[in-house]
Design a protein. Structure first.
Length: 276
C-alpha cells in the first residue's frame, strides 16, 4: 500500500476507541495552532514529499530508542541525534524560533531538516503517530516504513522504567535520586508492564490497519552488534549507511543497569511468578 492511497477523511471521523490516537495530545496540539493548524500543500511541496520515505521510530520508555536514534544519526541516515520533536514543548519552541505558523509548516520543517538519502524519521509515540496519520500529511510521502524499538525482557524494561520514574534519573548523563532511595513496588512495576503491552498492541494494530512495513529492533541484540543492525535498517530503508562512526561507548546515552534493577526483577519473579 502506498502512503497516498490512505483515506484520511475516514480516519478523522473515527473515535479514539476505534482509532487509538492520543486525545489529550491531539487537542493540545490543535489548541497550540488554533485555526491555522493545517494548510494545503503546494504542488512543489507535494512533489518533494512524494520522493521521501517517512520512517517514524516507535518506542516504549527504556526500550533503547535513544541509543538507536543516536546510532542512526551517526551512520548518516535521516534521523536527528536525539529528542522527540513532536512533543508539544519542542513544537512550541521551534515554531517560535523559525516563525512557523501552522503545524503543516512545522512538519515540513522537520522533514527538510533531517532528510538524508530521501529518508526522514524521528522518535514518536504510537498515540502521536495515530494522530499524525489523521492529519493527512503522511499520505504525501512515497512510502511509510516503521522502526520499533523493543526490549526482549519486558520485566527488565518495566523495572527500569519504574526506577527511572521514581528516581528522576533517565540517562547516564543525568543526576538524580540514588537508586537506594527507590522503594520496591510490585504495583508500579505491573503498571509499567501493562503500559508496555498496550504500546505493543497498538503498534501491531497500526500495521494491521495501514499495511505498512515495520521492523523491530531488539535492544539486547542491538547493543551486542550495532553495526550489523544499522546495516540491516539501512537495507530496510533502501539507503546507504556509514558504519565508521558507530561507538556505543561514546554515545551520550548508554545502556544503564544496576544491582537494584536485578533485585527488583528477582523479587517480582519470586513473589508473582513463583520462581526463586
Amino acid at each position: 500500500m502506498m502512503a497516498n492511497d490512505m483515506d484520511t477523511d475516514f480516519l478523522q471521523n473515527l473515535s479514539v476507541d476505534q482509532y487509538p490516537f492520543d486525545p489529550h495530545y491531539a487537542q493540545n496540539l490543535r489548541d497550540l495552532f488554533g485555526e491555522r493548524f493545517l494548510r494545503e500543500l503546494t504542488q512543489e511541496e507535494q512533489a518533494d514529499l512524494n520522493a521521501v520515505t517517512f520512517c517514524p521510530i516507535l518506542f516504549g520508555n527504556r526500550s533503547g530508542s535513544n541509543l538507536l536514534t543516536n546510532s542512526l544519526y551517526r551512520a548518516g541516515l535521516g534521523f536527528p541525534e536525539h529528542g522527540e520533536p513532536l512533543n508539544l514543548p519542542s513544537i512550541e519552541r521551534i515554531s517560535e524560533i523559525h516563525q512557523l505558523e501552522t503545524f503543516t509548516d512545522y512538519f515540513l520543517f522537520l522533514s527538510r531538516r533531517w532528510r538524508q538519502h530521501n529518508v526522514v524519521g524521528f522518535k514518536i509515540s504510537i498515540g502521536q503517530l495515530f494522530d499524525l496519520t489523521r492529519t493527512g500529511l503522511l499520505k504525501h510521502f512515497k512510502s511509510i516504513k516503521l522502526l520499533h524499538s523493543v526490549r526482549r525482557d519486558k520485566l527488565a524494561q518495566a523495572v527500569s522504567h519504574y526506577i527511572a520514574k521514581a528516581s528522576g534519573q533517565w540517562s547516564t548523563t543525568e543526576a538524580g535520586t540514588p537508586d537506594q532511595a527507590v522503594p520496591y513496588s510490585a504495583e508500579d512495576i505491573l503498571r509499567f508492564l501493562r503500559r508496555g503491552a498496550r504500546l505493543q498492541a497498538d503498534y501491531q494494530l497500526y500495521l494491521t490497519i495501514h499495511g505498512f512495513s515495520g521492523m523491530e529492533i531488539c535492544f539486547e541484540d542491538f547493543v551486542s552488534s550495532p553495526e550489523s543492525h544499522v546495516e540491516d535498517i539501512a537495507t530496510f530503508l533502501n539507503c546507504p549507511a556509514d558504519l565508521s562512526g558507530l561507538d556505543l561507548e561514546s554515545a551520550p546515552t548508554r545502556p544503564q543497569a544496576s544491582d537494584l534493577n536485578q533485585q527488583f526483577a528477582h523479587r517480582f519473579r519470586s513473589e508473582l511468578k513463583g520462581q526463586s
